[in-house]
Design a protein around this ligand. Structure first.
Ligand code: PRP
Ligand code: URA
Length: 205
C-alpha cells in the first residue's frame, strides 16, 4: 500500500518546532495536536458515505453521512499525544488502546495492555507518533487484525525508512500516513534527525 506523506506547509512548520530540543512539553503537546489533526484529516479522506434524507429550514434534500464506524487505536504511551483530534472532529469515534514498550537494550517492543472495542466492519486507524524499527506498529497491526479489523490504516508523525519497510513487509495492505520520513536510525534505534523520545517530551519524563 502507498505511503502518504503530509504536504501542507503548516506540517513543516509544526514539525520544525516539534524537533527543536528547546520546545517545552506544554508547547510540544499543542504541536502534536495540530499535526495529528492534519494527519487525521488526510487519513480519512476516503471514508465511505451513504445518502441521508434531511430537511433544511427551507426544503427536503439528500445529504451524505459517514457510512461506517471509525475506531482509533493509540499505541501507549506516546500515541496518546495523537488521540484528541479524533474525538474532536469525529464525535462518534470509538477508542481502543494497545500498550507496547520498547526494551532499551534490544529495541524490541513488549506488549503490556490491550483493550479494543468491536472492530469488524469499522475503519480502524492505529496511531503512534514514531515509526522507528516498525516493530511496535507491526505488532499493533497484528493485534487489531486478530480482533477482527479488516480495513486498517497506520498514522505516525515521524517515520524512518526502516520502519516503513517493516510495516509494508508485514502488512502490505495497510496504508501508512506520515508527517515526514526521516533519514535513518542510529545504533540505539532512534530516528535521525528525529525529535528524540516522543513520550518523554510529551510528558516531561
Ligand atoms: C516509542 C514510540 C513507538 C516506538 C517506536 O515508544 O512511541 O511506540 O517507540 O519504535 P519502533 O518502531 O522501533 O517499535 P516507546 O517504546 O518508547 O514507549 P512509550 O510510548 O511508552 O514512551
Ligand atoms: N521512539 C521515540 O520516541 N523516538 C525515536 O526516535 C524512536 C522510537
Amino acid at each position: 500500500m502507498p505511503l502518504h506523506v503530509l504536504q501542507h506547509p503548516l506540517a513543516q512548520h509544526v514539525l520544525t518546532h516539534l524537533r527543536d530540543k528547546t520546545t517545552k512539553p506544554v508547547l510540544f503537546r499543542t504541536l502534536s495536536y495540530q499535526i495529528s489533526l492534519l494527519l487525521a484529516l488526510e487519513a480519512t479522506r476516503d471514508l465511505a458515505t451513504v445518502e441521508k434524507e434531511i430537511e433544511t429550514p427551507l426544503e427536503k434534500m439528500k445529504g451524505r453521512v459517514l457510512a461506517k464506524p471509525l475506531v482509533v487505536v493509540p499505541i501507549l504511551r506516546a500515541g496518546l499525544g495523537m488521540l484528541q483530534p479524533f474525538p474532536d472532529v469525529f464525535p462518534d469515534v470509538s477508542v481502543g488502546y494497545v500498550g507496547l514498550e520498547r526494551d532499551h537494550q534490544t529495541a524490541i517492543a513488549r506488549s503490556y495492555y490491550c483493550k479494543l472495542p468491536p472492530l469488524a466492519g469499522a475503519r480502524v486507524l492505529v496511531v503512534d507518533p514514531m515509526l522507528a524499527t516498525g516493530g511496535s506498529a507491526a505488532q499493533a497491526l497484528t493485534l487489531v487484525k486478530a480482533q477482527g479489523a479488516t480495513e486498517v490504516g497506520f498514522i505516525c508523525i515521524v517515520a524512518a525508512p526502516e520502519g516503513v519497510d517493516t510495516v509494508q513487509q508485514a502488512h502490505p495492505e495497510v496504508p501508512i500516513h506520515a508527517g515526514v520520513v526521516d533519514r535513518t536510525l542510529n545504533d540505539r534505534k532512534y530516528i535521525l534527525p528525529g525529535l528524540g523520545d516522543f513520550g518523554d517530551r510529551l510528558y516531561g519524563t
